[in-house]
Design a protein around this ligand. Sequence first.
Ligand code: ADP
Length: 384
Amino acid sequence: MTSSDFPTVGIVGAGQLARMSAPPAIGLGVRLRVLAERSDDPAAQVIPDVTVGDYRDLATLRAFAAGCDVVTFDHEHVPTEHLQALEADGVKVRPGSAALVHGQDKLVMRERLTAIGVPVPRWAQVSSAADLAGFLATTGGGTAVLKTARGGYDGKGVRVVRAGAAGADAADWLAAGAPLLVEELVDFGRELAVLVARSPSGQAVVYPVVESVQVDGVCREVYAPAPGIGEDHALAAQEAALRIAQALEITGLMAVELFDTAAGVLVNELALRPHNTGHWTIDGAVTSQFEQHLRAVLDLPLGSPAPVADHAVMVNVLGGDLADLYPAYLHCMARDPGLKIHVYGKQVRPGRKVGHVTVVGDDLADLQERARHAAAYLRGDADE
Ligand code: ADP
């Protein structure tokens, strides 16, 4: 075999997830091709084989897929019917359209998880103000969480609604006629996430359960493993992830987001791709989530998910007052040589995820202080 026989993986989307797939692809000897929206997208800056085009256009997707051994994704927005058309052409789409829909449509996901016996918040489909009022009447406090089935991310498409005001709270979404679901407002202690990878042959590996700190629906910090988690909750979360991966025949990486409650863990969301809650694995695990995803979609043997230190802390760098990260980045590197700073090559805009910082070691409080300081400094919120 020569190096030219090594496979090509096509990634639809060229954001930071595709960009962070480049280092492991180099190590594995795998070629990457990306379908970018713009020529300066984060992954298009570092991967030479770039097609600029619209992922909503089937002809563009077909031309992109020609010559790829496998097609995968850095976002879940490709229309399901286009994925089915590619599959009918014989393209290896991984994860496949039948699995991917569970990361695209929260109603489909809730129905399926309920059917396979995975614990989820109590939920119902909503088509009218009367449906919503009916569900709210069954809640103790008269509040619930209304969600659009499709199109939500980073907390958009999620709203708390109250009995009495629910008609008004939900009027615009009901008028738009988009499929909606309502859920109990879960009284959780914290949010957890667990990554699982599964290959087409059925091999699966699961990573340690992590805690994710969300602010206004956006992931801010991740601690791996989840500090102080009991073995029962950790095992329940890992078992749920493995059960979902098996039942949905996931190929590639999946992140399962959960609520940690006194009564046990409840699954909130699925993302069928590498995920923000798994960025710690680049510096904190034997096999990063990006390498694992490539191995899984190519049906290669999977790598060890074991952590390389007692704790890893990841803090997102969100856009702030500093338009140019570079001087701040030099300062952070000089101040703390143990930090790993990751920058996505994006223009800084307020609140936008422009990078992350990870630090690993044995003293959780020290790691949190160091990672938070660097993320704040890069944002323009710290002085020294
Ligand atoms: P998105 O698709 O935007 O990620 P999620 O369904 O993950 O939407 O919800 C975003 C956030 O809203 C969650 O991280 C959680 O903090 C909160 N949330 C979602 N569903 C519930 C619920 N049923 N009870 C309490 N909080 C919830």
